[in-house]
Unconditional design. Structure first.
Length: 107
């Protein structure tokens, strides 16, 4: 609920009180521009340290992941490539770029 100002203020309080070592934004690649908007708003409130993108295996162009990394200047740490726990993998930029090269435009 990134559009709920009271909820975002509460999140900021939790961060202030708990002083976590690392804050991670988790976004769903299938939500497209909504994931980007969520990341912007969460970053403005928490200045998270990294990103986990779920459902990246069905987002052939990876637009939301690329945009979030660009907008926040924060690394993508892990990606979800399926439905199971074993489907969470470390993000490897080289593999990601090669996959983008393989996909035909408009696919």
């Amino acid at each position: 609920m990134n559009n709920s100002k009271p909820l975002m203020n509460e999140l900021n309080k939790v961060v202030t009180v708990t002083k976590p070592d690392m804050k991670i934004f988790i976004g769903d690649a299938l939500t497209g521009n909504d994931a980007i908007d969520q990341a912007k708003k969460f970053y403005n409130h928490t200045e998270f340290d990294g990103v986990i993108m779920t459902m990246l295996h069905v987002d052939t162009k990876g637009g939301s992941a690329i945009s979030i990394a660009y907008i926040t200047s924060k690394p993508i740490l892990y990606v979800g490539t399926g439905q199971g726990y074993d489907d969470i993998q470390s993000f490897e930029s080289g593999k990601f770029i090669e996959k983008l090269k393989e996909e035909p435009i408009g696919a």
